[in-house]
Design a protein around this ligand. Structure first.
Ligand code: IDP
Ligand code: MG
Length: 140
């Protein structure tokens, strides 16, 4: 399996509880390398654009409000099989269904405030990385 990149967000519920380091350590312990990282406070427009695929879902407005309720940390992660590896260490969307030892099982507050975002495919990873980072901001 070749080296791959994926996109991660440490969500406002985690930054609020000062868990940026704890979450990042879990990503690093899973074999992922942080090759770009920036703490931002997303605008509503930015969050709506990022989650545009979910705009017909009933939770869309709440999700956008949550994502702009505080700062987030946007990151590019690199490693072997990075997309799948990140999804594995994140755990299931609903923390009640997440495996022991995953970020969401350990830290998430709810199905919405679930501490992390991770790209679901290599194709979406490329789109999501380009949404937040210029190529020269990613240093592998
Ligand atoms: P994922 O983050 O595990 O890929 P998605 O289905 O892509 O899950 O949903 C995006 C985000 O929307 C979730 O991480 C979570 O914050 C929120 N979300 C998903 N399903 C629900 C729900 O049923 N109620 C409230 N928020 C939800
Ligand atoms: Mg998703």
């Amino acid at each position: 399996m070749a080296t791959e990149r994926t996109f991660s967000i440490i969500k406002p519920d985690a930054t609020r509880r000062n868990l940026t380091g704890a979450v990042t350590k879990m990503l690093e312990d899973a074999g992922l390398r942080v090759v770009a990282s920036r703490r931002i406070h997303m605008t509503r427009e930015q969050a709506e654009g990022f989650y545009a695929v979910h705009k017909e879902r009933p939770f869309f407005n709440d999700l956008v409000s949550f994502m702009i309720s505080g700062p987030v940390v946007v990151q590019v992660l690199e490693g072997e099989n990075a997309v799948a590896k990140n999804r594995e260490v994140m755990g299931a969307t609903n923390p009640a269904n997440a495996e022991e030892g995953t970020i969401r099982k350990t830290h998430a507050e709810s199905i919405e405030a679930n501490s992390v975002h991770g790209s679901d495919s290599a194709e979406n990873a490329a789109i999501e990385i380009a949404y937040f980072f210029k190529p020269e901001e990613i240093v592998g």
